[in-house]
Design a protein around this ligand. Structure first.
Ligand code: C5P
Length: 299
């Protein structure tokens, strides 16, 4: 067991590209997605403590203890190292900055960022494959948060392959007051495809690359249509970002946040001023490379 506090940064992600295939027997859709880490992050602080694991977060709407994905991760790790019952002996505190139900992966990022600290506190270790399995139990994006940078996610999004890094960009994230639960966005997609008699095209297993670099003009998100049909204000937000000079403007994941990539901080800041609406959050951040992420623990 370790004494003192351990701290890790949990970086958010955006989906640069998301192609959704049909729903499989396991209830999950097969996908092909290109994920990108961004500098926006939560902070996860861990310390040893007596009794059952505790997970605390003061942000409104974020569950504590077993309702939080950090607890799910702790329970999965506890089982994976051969222990029984509920996880014990750790207190985890989350300082939240990443908006929830926004398609930014915040809850999963926190959970995966807590894993190395839990290993230290419990004095256990897991082989990389075991760690990937624990991360995948937290959520489909879990294994991505072990890798970071620019990466391809296949299967249900959990089979992750690092890609050549996207060149550095400024990222403007625009978050409407209402979130979208992931399962609901996929449900809308199925319903819309059913109406049109389409089962969904098989997810493309080749990311949209032009030579060694991502083809930014070819990026798409299959969930964007189904979500923006029900949340018209998101379509308006992407249009605003495009009009303000974003090289790419799209919804991230299952929404409800939309993002724009910009080549300069000044342009992103200008676009942020134009995108602000009452009750909406606008966040200017940067893309994060895998090299930058290597310093994420014990920051
Ligand atoms: O695993 P995760 O927490 O990301 O998934 C949340 C929900 O999103 C799932 O319960 C499922 O309804 C939907 N989902 C899906 N196909 C995926 C990923 C998620 O249908 N590949």
């Amino acid at each position: 067991m370790t004494s003192g506090r351990l701290r890790a940064r949990a970086y958010a992600k955006v989906n640069l590209d998301l192609r959704v295939g049909p729903r499989s027997d396991d209830g999950y859709h097969r996908l092909s997605t290109v994920l990108q880490s961004v500098a926006l992050h939560d902070t996860v602080t861990l310390r040893a403590g007596d009794g059952p694991c505790r997970v605390r977060c003061s942000a409104t709407g974020v569950p504590s203890d077993r309702g939080n994905l950090v607890w799910t991760a702790a329970a999965a790790l506890w089982r994976a190292v051969g222990r029984r019952g509920d996880p014990q002996g750790a207190v985890v505190t989350i300082t939240k900055r990443i908006p929830a139900e926004a398609g930014l992966g915040g809850g999963t990022a926190d959970a995966v960022a807590a894993l190395p600290g839990l290993c230290r506190i419990w004095d256990v270790s897991l082989a990389p494959q075991g760690l990937r399995e624990v991360a995948a139990e937290v959520g489909s994006d879990g294994p991505f948060f072990l890798v970071g940078g620019t990466a391809l996610g296949l299967g249900r999004g959990d089979a992750v392959y690092p890609l050549a890094e996207l060149s550095p960009h400024w990222v403007l994230i625009v978050v409407p007051p209402r979130g979208v639960p992931t399962a609901r966005a996929y449900g809308w997609l199925d319903r819309d495809r059913g109406r049109r008699g389409r089962r969904g095209r098989p997810a493309r297993h080749v990311p949209p690359y032009a030579g060694p670099t991502l083809d930014l003009a070819a990026l798409t998100n299959d969930l964007e249509g189904p979500v923006t049909r029900r949340r018209r204000e998101l379509r308006e937000a992407t249009r605003t970002l495009r009009g303000a000079g974003a090289v790419v403007a799209a919804m991230t994941g299952s929404g409800s946040a939309v993002f724009g990539l910009f080549t300069s901080r000044a342009r992103a800041a200008d676009a942020a001023r134009g995108a602000k609406r009452p009750g909406w959050r606008v966040i200017v951040t940067r893309t994060m490379s895998r090299e930058g992420l290597a310093r994420r623990f014990w920051a």
